[in-house]
Design a protein around this ligand. Structure first.
Ligand SMILES: NC(=O)C1=CN([C@@H]2O[C@H](COP(=O)(O)OP(=O)(O)OC[C@H]3O[C@@H](n4cnc5c(N)ncnc54)[C@H](OP(=O)(O)O)[C@@H]3O)[C@@H](O)[C@H]2O)[C@@H](O)CC1
Ligand SMILES: Nc1ncnc2c1ncn2[C@@H]1O[C@H](COP(=O)(O)OP(=O)(O)O)[C@@H](O)[C@H]1O
Length: 297
């Protein structure tokens, strides 16, 4: 195991920079009763510097998502009777995905066969860079032999519950006390970057592991993982734009480390302002500008 302590920050923007230089992120998520999750990811992606952010959500989540933030675009897609993405929505989502530098999939999706079809179509495409979180993971685990099917570059961001399910899906042994080993093994077995969340989140790229030291228990509040998803996508989009020739997974690893670090730093700023009990995940987004500025970005 190689413990990595170096954090790669974003390069300063050039004076004649324009939005397409800072990456286009697509958030694929939401369902009738979870429209807030993709909103949190989309707002966090904007506050983490993505040049353009688009949300694609099933129709019942369209109004709440589009009225929550004017700075991202929202595309409605076909929904099934339960308010989740339908089978017909898969082509609509793929059309948006083709335009994106990084796709974040999962927040608020729900679970079902159509969603498993959607995820399997996304991970098959070698050109896609995908952050898979929350219900993205809860659907991925039902796709037989998913690591063999995956051709895209992928960051997985499981919480410990999702980690346990991911490990079971590839017949990997899981031990809750061996966080570094679990993350490294899942990364090696699946060829993905793994962010194992919780106090002292671990980011693994094979045997290379980073252990985070920012953040606090006030972040144990619904939606704070959705914030990290959007941040990871935005930072990856900017890093892969800056270094187009480098290995995408190495860029993804650097972006995931920076995302976890800044997410915790913003959580610490929110805790100073609100306290651990009262802080909510949108307070973490509000603290992002200060977290970026404190770190020279
Ligand atoms: N505003 C919105 O729209 C919001 C929408 N959201 C959306 O909700 C969806 C479902 O996400 P989710 O994480 O709530 O459910 P799920 O993955 O089934 O986890 C529950 C199971 O996992 C376990 N478990 C959980 N954490 C654990 C831990 N740290 N350590 C260990 N175990 C842990 C837990 O175990 P238990 O605590 O019961 O022992 C239980 O078994 C998702 O799409 C998300 O985006 C939310 O983000 C909120 C805001
Ligand atoms: N005690 C803690 N210390 C530091 N970070 C924490 C703590 N509890 C939770 N977090 C962070 O908050 C986020 C919670 O994500 P997650 O469990 O996916 O929540 P949700 O599904 O509600 O969005 C993770 O990034 C995790 O690392």
């Amino acid at each position: 195991m190689n413990i990595i302590s170096n954090i790669k920050f974003l390069e300063p923007r050039v004076s004649n920079g324009y939005k397409n230089m800072y990456g286009r992120c697509l958030v694929v998520g939401g369902s009738r009763n979870m429209s807030g999750a993709p909103v949190l990811s989309g707002k966090a992606a904007l506050r983490s510097g993505a040049g353009l952010v688009e949300l694609v959500v099933p129709e019942p989540a369209y109004l709440p998502a589009s009225s929550s933030e004017p700075c991202y675009m929202v595309t409605p897609a076909d929904a099934d009777r339960t308010g989740k993405f339908s089978k017909d929505s898969v082509d609509e989502v793929l059309a948006s995905a083709e335009k994106a530098d990084v796709i974040a999939v999962g927040p608020g999706l729900g679970i079902g066969e159509n969603l498993q079809l959607l995820i399997s179509e996304l991970i098959k495409v070698p050109e896609f860079n995908i952050v898979i979180d929350a219900d993205g993971i809860n659907n991925l685990i039902h796709i037989p032999h998913w690591p063999n099917m995956a051709r895209a570059n992928i960051i997985l961001t499981p919480h410990p519950g999702e980690m346990k399910r991911l490990a079971a899906s590839i017949s990997m042994e899981y031990s809750p006390d061996e966080r570094l080993e679990n993350a490294a093994e899942l990364s090696l077995e699946s060829g993905t970057i793994v962010v194992l969340k919780g106090a002292e989140s671990v980011v693994a790229f094979g045997e290379d592991c980073y252990v985070n030291n920012t953040g606090n228990p006030g972040m144990a509040t619904g939606g704070s993982g959705d914030v990290l998803t959007g941040m990871s996508a935005a930072l990856w989009a900017q890093m892969q734009r800056n270094q187009a020739d480098e290995d995408q997974l190495r860029n993804a690893f650097d972006a995931a480390i920076l995302a976890v670090y800044l997410h915790g730093a913003a959580g610490d700023i929110a805790e100073d302002k609100c306290g651990t009990a009262a802080m909510i995940s949108s307070d973490i987004i509000e603290a992002l500008p200060q977290a970026f500025r404190t770190n020279g970005m």
